[in-house]
Design a protein around this ligand. Structure first.
Ligand code: G3D
Ligand code: MG
Length: 184
């Protein structure tokens, strides 16, 4: 038995975190989503690249300043962090790196971090030409994506889940004396 793999989505408000999760889980893009309050939880089973099935626990957090103090709570025992920024916002990638600092400070040291530049569909052909195609940003895997068109959404989750090693579940050890006392 293996532990579920806990993934947290963080990033500035309106970067598209909820839209990415909705696209991944339900394969729909809903342009009329309500903004997230606190965090939303979803669970899904998926087949990793090695053919084994993992259960993913996805925590979609709220980026607004007023909920920011809650975010470290969601980092606890997280195995992966998806940091989302909006490619159409100036300095989006720089802001994503502020979230990287946050994750490194509060999450387990072993956490796998991915940076996602969402809303790629909003870039004009001219803008696409001047946007550098980076695969890594300061050593962190970086993807351009679009929750609207679905670009890279499945790849992100598949790559991340396959990057996270499986951890056996710890079975609680029942002391022998306790076991005998139950029989009498
Ligand atoms: P958040 O969860 O990070 O706060 P949301 O962000 O998923 O709520 O999305 C914020 C806004 O961005 C929404 O629009 C949503 O439709 C839009 N959006 C999310 N992903 C994409 C994308 O890939 N492309 C485009 N074009 N828009 C996207 P509103 O208008 O409701 O604010
Ligand atoms: Mg949201």
């Amino acid at each position: 038995m293996y532990k579920n793999k806990k993934i947290v989505l963080v990033g500035d408000s309106a970067a598209g975190k909820t839209s990415i999760v909705t696209k991944y889980i339900n394969d729909i893009f809903n342009p009329y989503l309500n903004s997230t309050i606190g965090a939303a939880f979803s669970s899904i089973r998926m087949v990793a690249k090695d053919g084994n099935t993992d259960t993913l626990e996805i925590w979609d957090t709220a980026g607004q300043e007023r909920y920011r103090s809650l975010v470290p709570m969601y980092y606890r025992e997280a195995a992966g962090a998806i940091i989302v920024y909006d490619v159409s916002v100036p300095d989006g990638l720089k802001k994503a790196h502020e979230w990287v600092k946050d994750v490194r400070q509060c999450a387990p040291q072993t956490i796998k971090i991915y940076i996602i530049g969402n809303k790629y569909d909003l870039l004009t052909p001219a803008k696409i030409l001047e946007t550098p195609h980076i695969k890594y940003s300061s050593g962190i895997p970086h993807y351009y994506a679009s929750a609207k068109t679905g670009k890279n959404i499945k790849n992100i989750f598949l790559d991340l889940i396959s990057d996270i090693p499986r951890q056996p579940t710890t079975v609680p050890v029942v002391p022998i004396t306790t076991r005998y006392s139950l029989c009498c």
